[in-house]
Ligand binder design. Structure first.
Ligand code: SF4
Length: 439
């Protein structure tokens, strides 16, 4: 394997001394006598340092002429004969990504050597590549609606200083939650953390009737951001149970949506997660069985479970239309098409996002290596090092801006051609709940 040479160049120390062992990753590099070089892969490399436990800072770095004494040195690879990093000369690929390490006297053993290693990794990953964007991807109508509900309430109550509580994560994405938190939303696990009479939002995943009853008892002002497609599954659960059926819910134990749906008819509902669960199932009357599914499951795996249910209970009845929602379905179809054409797939989404995790699993089942990242800082250069085509998608709760960040950072690993692969165009929009609309 080719190991590009790395050398340490003197640089202007950043404003504010680096703490012991702190590493500076250049977002742009000013080089005497040359144009400033942008370093778009900086957030990606910064993530590498963070994972290794090195405190990291990002910002512009200014090189000094070779041989200038300085307490601050920048790891650069590979060194060009002119003294300008080869990456810097590869523009317009925008492939200059340089990690700056603290001076050897910084106090953190290995920080400088580690910085050199990271820069070497970066240099090995520099190559032209295509980013194939799966479309549809990113936010669905239910998630957009839920975020809008919280935003509208924050705006409404900001003047009065009335807090807006949200039960559980409004949608399963750490960035969305952090952003709303920074704007004043207070996220809680359970209603007992909410003061009597306060405003509380139920998340897109829905809640059980028991939670609704508690909110009424406590005099809470509830605004329900449950996705209408989850509400549909809840009403099916009530209807199927009311006609005397055992309701088989296909889903993942512990997921908030499943908890809510199970709560609609707890005596009549059983959860299955695999064809083996179906085999083990015991019901009071095999002639009276219905099934429902979580909205964000893998289409192929769910089809297997439903086939097993139909074999076991030939008279079983399902929902009038699929419970796996349009957004989950469309994102899986688009991802499949992209995975078939890609060397590696990246899915932007949080680890607790069911539909994001399903996208990763789907790509892997189709034989393409795939990785879930919360944002650009989660990407490892070795994943994309040999990839000429990177497939990129995002779960239904991950904002498009996070995808844009990934594309920009990949542009710091060599010239990128972006292509969009569209399997269907989505037009679904859900109206806001009356409680938000009416005032
Ligand atoms: S993924 Fe589907 S069910 Fe979940 S919020 Fe989006 S549209 Fe609704």
């Amino acid at each position: 394997m080719n190991h590009p040479a790395v050398h340490m160049a003197p640089a202007v120390p950043p404003a504010g001394a680096l703490a012991g062992g702190e590493v500076m990753v250049a977002t742009e590099l000013a080089i005497p006598g040359h144009e400033t070089v942008p370093c778009p892969a900086a957030p990606l490399l910064a993530g590498t340092f963070t994972r290794a436990g090195h405190p990291v800072r990002t910002g512009p770095v200014c090189l000094l002429p070779e041989g200038t004494p300085s307490s601050f040195h920048v790891a650069i690879a590979p060194k060009a004969p002119t003294g300008v990093p080869a990456g810097a000369r590869s523009r317009p690929g925008g492939a200059a990504v340089l990690a700056a390490g603290p001076a050897p006297a910084s106090g953190l053993p290995g920080a400088e050597g580690f910085a050199q290693g990271i820069v070497q990794q970066w240099a090995r990953a520099v190559r032209p590549r295509t980013v194939l964007l799966a479309s549809p991807r990113s936010l669905c109508a239910g998630v957009e609606r839920a975020i809008e509900v919280v935003e509208a309430l924050l705006e409404r109550h900001a003047g009065a200083g009335r807090p807006v509580f949200v039960r559980r994560q409004i949608v399963h994405n750490t960035h969305v939650v952090r952003d709303l938190e920074s704007r004043g939303a207070v996220f809680v696990e359970e209603l007992d953390e909410v003061p009597d009479g306060a405003v509380v939002v139920f998340s897109a995943h829905g809640v059980s009737p028991q939670v609704r009853e508690e909110a009424v008892r406590r005099g809470l002002e509830v605004v329900d951001a449950t996705c209408p497609l989850v509400t549909k599954v809840h009403s099916e659960a009530r209807r199927f149970a009311a006609r005397g059926d055992t309701v088989v819910l296909v889903g993942h134990a512990g997921h908030e949506e499943v908890e809510g749906t199970l709560g609609e008819a707890p005596e009549a509902t059983v959860l299955v997660q695999s064809p083996d669960d179906v085999t083990a199932l015991r019901v009071p009357d095999p002639a009276r069985v219905s099934y429902l599914t979580q909205t964000t499951l893998a289409l192929d795996e769910t089809a297997e479970i439903i086939t097993a249910l139909e074999k076991r209970f030939p008279g079983i009845r399902g929902p009038g239309s699929d419970d796996i929602c349009y957004a989950t379905t469309n994102r899986q179809h688009a991802l499949q098409a992209v995975a078939a054409r890609a060397d590696v797939v990246l899915v932007v989404g949080s680890a607790n996002s069911s539909n994001s995790v399903r996208l990763v699993e789907l790509a892997r089942r189709s034989g393409t290596p795939a990785h879930l990242v919360d944002d650009v800082t989660g990407i490892r250069t070795e994943w994309v090092q040999d990839a000429g085509v990177v497939g990129l998608s995002a779960g239904a709760s991950a904002p498009q801006a996070l995808v844009d960040d990934v594309v920009a950072a990949l542009g710091g690993l060599g010239p990128v051609t972006v292509r969009e692969h569209t399997t269907v165009t989505e037009t679904v929009v859900f109206g806001l709940p009356a409680a938000v609309r009416s005032r």
